[in-house]
Design a protein around this ligand. Structure first.
Ligand code: ZN
Length: 581
């Protein structure tokens, strides 16, 4: 049995042909996160793939946001499948069950935690040493704690707790458990490109949670020392405090450094391998020890800002004769019958306990209906007002951000993202940078830009094209939301707005000279300065984040981001564009 997890950062990563992509990954169970597929966007090509059966979880809040999907080979058809961790989305046969003690969560909280399409569980029969057992594969996309939204920190931690509660309950019931996905926290300093850059690395609540969830924080020690006695482990007083899961990658590669699964796309950090390991395959201790034979990351696979991770087990799968009801092939829109969708929703709601709670919650009835129509499985029972506060799934995104994001993503064929990119810096810099360089050639004058006292070390460059749910590389530093602008476009805009008036255009000599003149007089964008360390033209960026600096432009080194000790990586050159005169 082989499992793969991959945050694909949008199903369009599979645009080269979803079957081809899945086949290339060559696994029995393929779990993908951040599909950005919501029910309204799901199409048949994505849902129904020849040779596979698939299970989706959709965000109920915002279209095109979050979402996970599990694709199982027909030879790995699960006997149970379920969306979400709470059981609230489950109103059908063939569920996995075992929800654990949810006493510490209030009902509204539980609904919110399952409202963003972050978990799918499939449960499979396996043969382990001629003994039939079962394994639940919990595919999760854990929330990212946006530093801008303190309430999301709590949301993230509650999601972790709920995940642990569920995983341990299923395990306790006698099934093996694999938890895999984008966990959005790098566990230990070895899993982070620059842990020293983060204040109180070990104090991070997500890391603390991982320490408790995982068995043996120092697997490299445990593995090379004598194995703990199984009997005493079970009976010892601290066994309840000991984590029940193993990070399978670290189990096989306890000391491997620079093993990252996620890199910022904006800063080109993949070229310098300046990343984090936040995508994992966790397995219960027994399964890890007895069945896992290998696990590794696949940094050579491109197409997303994350790379896939795989795990190989010794056991074989026993396919169920028929997929469980959650399987997408049973969705009415793909079942051949042109059922009215609304009928389908009503049916779900009648069975769901959620309909009872709906009346108790404030919210516009009209909005409720609208949302129900958009979100078939209900969960429209949470007031939009509340969700605005606690969930960022409904916060609208600027159109600009989307455009930038799309344009900066590699979109080539499957082949193009399965082969490694050349490590040529100039090649991989994004188009705006190249245009910037061209502009430099054209411009002969050198209007001096004023240098600010700050450096890039003080400013975190998280642009709208940066991965939305990626642990920021610069934890804890003030964040600027920026995006690359093309100086070319900017200049054209300026030129259109600020056509020189004849009265002012005194002795404009040659065309080129006047261009330079007008550029300086009319505050056109100055040519990019060269960075101090590399002496190379900088790239112009614009502050996109709302605040006092919004719209301000600045220059940074055009090289990809990397560790401070890497001479080929971005230097700390930073200069505001001075438009004040
Ligand atoms: Zn530089």
């Amino acid at each position: 049995m082989k499992v793969v997890t991959w945050n694909i950062n949008g199903i369009r990563t599979f645009r080269g042909g979803i079957k081809k992509a899945l086949d290339s990954l060559d696994a029995d169970v393929i779990c993908v996160q951040e599909t950005k597929v919501t029910r309204d966007l799901l199409n048949e090509r994505t849902a129904i793939v020849d040779g596979y059966n698939s299970y989706f979880s959709f965000s109920r809040g915002r279209s095109g946001y979050s979402g996970v999907a599990t694709y199982c080979k027909d030879s790995a058809t699960p006997f149970a499948a379920e969306e979400g961790l709470t059981g609230l989305l489950t109103n059908h046969e063939g569920a996995v069950g075992c929800y654990g003690d949810q006493a510490e969560f209030c009902s509204e909280e539980l609904q919110l935690l399952d409202n963003e399409g972050r978990a799918v569980i499939t449960q499979h029969r396996i043969m382990c040493q001629e003994k039939e057992q079962s394994v639940a594969v919990i595919n999760v996309y854990c929330p990212r704690a946006d530093p801008e939204k303190p309430e999301r920190k709590q949301f993230k931690l509650q999601f972790y707790k709920l995940l642990q509660c569920r995983a341990e309950a299923v395990l306790k019931d006698g099934s093996h458990v694999i938890v895999l996905g984008d966990v959005n926290t790098s566990h230990r300093p070895i899993d982070h490109c620059d842990p020293s850059d983060i204040d109180d690395f070990d104090g991070n609540p997500g890391r603390k949670w991982l320490n408790g969830f995982l068995h043996g924080v120092r697997q490299e020690v445990e593995r090379h020392e004598e194995e703990p006695d199984e009997e005493s482990e079970v009976t010892s007083s601290d066994s309840s405090r000991r984590g029940k899961f193993v990070d399978t990658f670290r189990y096989f590669h306890p000391t491997r450094t620079n093993a990252f699964t996620c890199w910022s796309t904006l800063t080109g950090a993949r070229q310098t391998n300046y990343g984090t390991r936040i995508d994992y395959i966790f397995a219960d201790c027994q399964l890890a020890k007895e069945q896992f034979v290998a696990a590794d990351i696949m940094p050579e696979v491109e197409g997303s800002d994350h790379c896939p991770v795989w795990g190989q087990l010794r056991c074989s799968l026993l396919p169920s004769s028929k997929p469980p009801p959650l399987c997408t092939r049973y969705l009415p829109e793909f079942a051949g019958k042109q059922q009215k969708l609304s009928r389908f929703f009503v049916k779900v709601d009648q069975k769901s306990s959620q309909s009872d709670q709906r009346d108790a919650l404030p919210g516009s009835q009209e909005e409720e209906e609208l949302r129900e129509n958009l979100n078939p499985f209900g969960a429209g029972n949470i007031s939009s007002k509340k969700r605005l506060i606690t969930s960022d799934s409904v916060v609208p995104k600027g159109k600009k951000a989307k455009t930038v994001k799309t344009s900066s993503k590699p979109q080539g064929s499957l082949l193009s993202f399965f082969k490694p990119k050349p490590t040529n810096v100039a090649h991989s810099t994004e188009a705006p940078v190249r245009q910037c360089e061209k502009t430099l050639d054209e411009v002969t004058s050198s209007q001096k830009s004023q240098k600010s006292s700050s450096t890039t070390n003080d400013v975190s460059l998280i642009s709208s094209s940066a991965p939305e749910e990626t642990e920021p590389v610069f934890d804890g530093s003030p964040q600027l939301c920026i995006s690359t602008t093309t100086e070319e476009n900017d200049r054209q805009m300026k030129a259109e707005r600020l056509t020189p008036q004849p009265t002012v255009a005194h002795s404009a000599a040659k065309k080129g000279a006047s261009l330079v003149f007008w550029k300086s007089v009319l505050h056109g964008p100055p040519p990019p300065p060269s960075c101090k360390v590399h002496g190379e033209p900088c790239v112009l960026r614009t502050v996109k984040k709302e605040g006092p600096n919004m719209g301000k432009q600045f220059f940074v080194c055009a090289r990809p981001q990397g560790h401070a000790s890497n001479p080929d990586a971005r230097c700390n050159f930073f200069a505001w564009v001075d438009k004040g005169k």
